[in-house]
Design a binder for this molecule. Structure first.
Ligand code: KMH
Ligand code: ZN
Length: 269
């Protein structure tokens, strides 16, 4: 089995400092936590940016600062968000891709997102995929629902995405696919031979989905974007969430990938 790639979604767009004091907001806080999770076994950080008020932003200059500060501290793979927050325009969302990070997320369909709608039209998805290709950025397909798997593959057939394919099954968002073992087994069998996948279980689904992915040969995403609790009633830090996955994986006999090993697996040069 491949070594385990642990991605940490450090901050996200929706969680606020009022929800948890452990949320990193400023570029310095984000970079500091990127280093912390790197030191305990994470190989990718999934990044969102916040403005001075703590609101979600896709501002290129804030991403530039975050990326520079992380790179000063550690060699972790940086994956920027192109999802941003619900309601942002295409032009806002795509901004960080021009900074040529190693990876970026690419959601391949529209989905209900709680009471809101996370819009991703076919033309916008193609545009984002092309910009990633032109900037040498490896996309991670964000799969919130099963139809998005076929939409992602259509991008490959039509030449918008080339090279290694990597999927993130986002499971348990209200309005999207449920975080059940049966669902994870199903979606993990729907992707092409040779592709890799990770799973982001939302809320209390984070731990069981992570554990299942470790056993199935998938990879794992944890972090405060998806889940702020260590267990019922106890807030987590990003570092604790990574440490737990590392412990479980090692107990089961699966080693943890370094960033360079993750680069090899994901064929990032
Ligand atoms: N904030 C969500 C609406 C991504 O980062 O690419 C979208 C999201 C996905 O977080
Ligand atoms: Zn995100």
């Amino acid at each position: 089995m491949q070594k385990l790639i642990i991605t940490v979604a450090l901050v996200g767009a929706e969680v606020r400092k009022e929800d948890t004091p452990h949320l990193p907001i400023t570029p310095d806080e984000i970079a500091e936590q990127a280093q912390e999770v790197y030191e305990v076994g994470a190989s990718i950080v999934h990044i969102h940016a916040r403005d001075r008020e703590g609101n979600s932003t896709q501002d290129r200059e804030i991403y530039r600062e975050i990326i520079a500060k992380i790179r000063e501290r550690c060699p972790i793979i940086i994956q920027v968000s192109t999802g941003g927050a619900v309601g942002m325009t295409e032009d806002e969302r795509i901004q960080p891709v021009s900074l040529k990070p190693e990876m970026a997320t690419l959601t391949t369909g529209t989905v209900n997102f709680g009471e809101e709608v996370f819009m991703n039209s076919a033309t916008q998805i193609r545009r984002f995929a092309l910009e990633m290709r032109e900037n040498g950025v490896r996309p991670e397909f964000e799969i919130f629902d099963t139809g998005m798997i076929e939409n992602a593959y259509k991008l490959v057939r039509d030449g918008y995405v080339r090279g290694h394919l990597h999927y993130d099954f986002v499971m348990g968002v209200p309005g999207a696919m449920p975080a059940t073992p049966e669902q994870l087994l199903f979606v993990s069998k729907q992707i092409p031979e040779g592709a890799t996948w990770t799973v982001a279980g939302i809320g209390r689904a984070q731990l069981p989905m992570s554990t299942m992915a470790i056993l199935l040969g998938g990879h794992v995403r944890v972090g405060l974007e998806d889940n702020i609790y260590y267990k019922k009633g106890e807030l987590a830090t990003n570092r604790q969430l990574v440490e737990r996955v590392v412990r479980i994986s090692r107990e089961i006999g699966r080693e943890i990938a370094t960033p360079d090993e993750a680069r090899k697996i994901l064929q990032i040069s």
